[in-house]
Design a binder for this molecule. Structure first.
Ligand SMILES: CC(C)(COP(=O)(O)OP(=O)(O)OC[C@H]1O[C@@H](n2cnc3c(N)ncnc32)[C@H](O)[C@@H]1OP(=O)(O)O)[C@@H](O)C(=O)NCCC(=O)NCCS
Length: 171
């Protein structure tokens, strides 16, 4: 697909405080309730501000002219008992009307470069099993070794009906 913006004008840069509302709204557009339903994390303003405060170098936006087209928010994780440093790409989102125009790829390549510079040896992402576009995207970016992970939920607001009386003994 022909990019709607001139590719050379697409700039990847660090997120700045003034970008927060625009990034938040792009996230609202792409991480819908449907998206978050089966995921343990939800898109909200704290997601951006927490990562922005802790890992500014891994919070990136893609910009063409004055408009932000997408963002990548990540962090690094050091596991107990592991000498490896992991990069965790927490959120990657591209405006719907500019998807499939290599914005995601450019964001990913830059966050990957930065993570590598920080000593990361493996990048991790997670997404719902039914988010096939994202899975396809990450496979194109070289991700392999998909691991199945089960999330379960227990709804505490639902009343559990108590059985009345004792069970009758079978004759
Ligand atoms: C996933 C997402 C970030 C991809 O961004 P994008 O800018 O549209 O992707 P790109 O144009 O850079 O595509 C890079 C490659 O992935 C492939 N790809 C992208 N979207 C795809 C889709 N919907 N179906 C199949 N392949 C896809 C492209 O074909 C391209 O392959 P190529 O290099 O062989 O041409 C974007 O679709 C998005 O924001 N999705 C909603 C949010 C989300 O699910 N985020 C990921 C989990 S946090």
């Amino acid at each position: 697909m022909e990019p709607e913006f001139e590719e050379e004008k697409l700039r990847i840069r660090e997120l700045m405080i003034d970008d927060l509302p625009e990034v938040f709204h792009i996230g609202e557009e792409v991480f819908t309730a449907d998206y978050s339903q089966s995921l343990y994390r939800t898109w909200d303003e704290y997601e951006i501000t927490t990562l922005f405060n802790s890992d500014n170098e891994l919070c990136l936006v893609a910009e063409a002219g004055e408009k932000i087209l997408g963002f990548a928010l990540g962090t690094t994780v050091e596991k107990h008992n592991s000498p490896w440093k992991y990069g965790y790409l927490v959120w990657l989102g591209v405006r719907k009307d500019t998807q499939k125009e290599e914005v995601g790829k450019r964001l990913f390549n830059e966050i990957k470069r930065r993570m590598k510079e920080q000593g990361v040896r493996m990048i991790i992402i997670d997404t719902s099993a039914d988010n096939l576009p994202a899975i396809s995207f990450f496979e194109k970016m070289g991700f392999r070794d998909t691991q199945e992970h089960v999330f379960m939920s227990l709804n505490l607001s639902r009343r559990v009906k108590k059985r009345s009386g004792k069970r009758k003994a079978k004759a």
